[in-house]
Ligand binder design. Structure first.
Ligand code: MN
Length: 221
């Protein structure tokens, strides 16, 4: 069973990982889309989580098969109360808390899959594809609807956005997701990445930060 430690003590057992595709306009545009499409989702196995304690540098191995290994910094929402057909206006009660996460991507394999109309699994759902920092309870953070989200590689700013720029906000994501799946306690939702996705290579150090949630530091081994 995969668990993510909670800031201040305790553990959050992970059920599933859902990811939202293209949820910031400028990132949708850099991927060749308008940013006006309905939300869509993909999943990653729970055991792709790589937990990185705050203040430490975690590590992911450079994965096999790819020559274009991309970072995507994302707000992760942890579900505490599940359900089906949850309205956006009721979604806040389902949120247990938040974390900083990376939706690591073998972009070349994902792009091949897109071209051929094949599943994204090989580009998205590989081993160690989901680094994450400690979870913080919404009781401590309050509901997060705005705040800077950034990613640096070797100290250089690569991705920069604000949570207020989400095309589909967290409540709307939960409404759409719960129409397709019964959400359950332990589900994690990676909510999409701002513009500036780029490749990393062995030896690079990624440092993601979201206002109120601290930093997530991961080296590529
Ligand atoms: Mn993503």
């Amino acid at each position: 069973m995969t668990v993510v430690p909670v800031k201040g003590g305790g553990e959050f057992p992970v059920h599933r990982i859902y990811c939202v595709g293209r949820n910031y306009v400028e990132h949708a545009q850099e991927m060749g889309h308008t940013g006006r499409e309905p939300p869509f989702f993909f999943t990653k196995p729970a055991d792709t989580i790589v937990y990185v304690p705050e203040g430490e540098t975690g590590r992911v191995d450079y994965p096999s098969l790819t020559k274009n290994f991309h970072h995507e910094i994302e707000l992760v929402v942890a579900i505490g109360k599940g359900g089906r057909d949850i309205k956006a206006s009721d979604a806040k009660a389902c949120i247990w808390g938040y974390a900083v996460g990376l939706d690591m991507t073998r972009r070349d394999l994902q792009n091949d899959a897109k071209k051929q109309g094949r599943p994204w699994c090989i580009g998205k759902a590989f081993d160690q594809a989901s680094p994450i920092g400690p979870l913080r309870s919404i009781k401590d953070t309050g509901e997060l609807t705005s705040g800077a989200i950034t990613l640096k590689v070797n100290g250089q700013l690569k991705q920069k956005g604000d949570l207020s720029q989400l095309i589909w906000n967290v409540g709307e994501i939960i409404e759409h997701l719960s129409a397709g799946w019964a959400l359950q306690p332990g589900d994690l939702i990676y909510t999409g990445t701002p513009a500036g996705v780029n490749a990393v290579v062995k030896g690079d150090v990624m440092e993601g930060e979201i206002a109120g949630l601290g930093t997530l530091k991961v080296a590529v081994g």
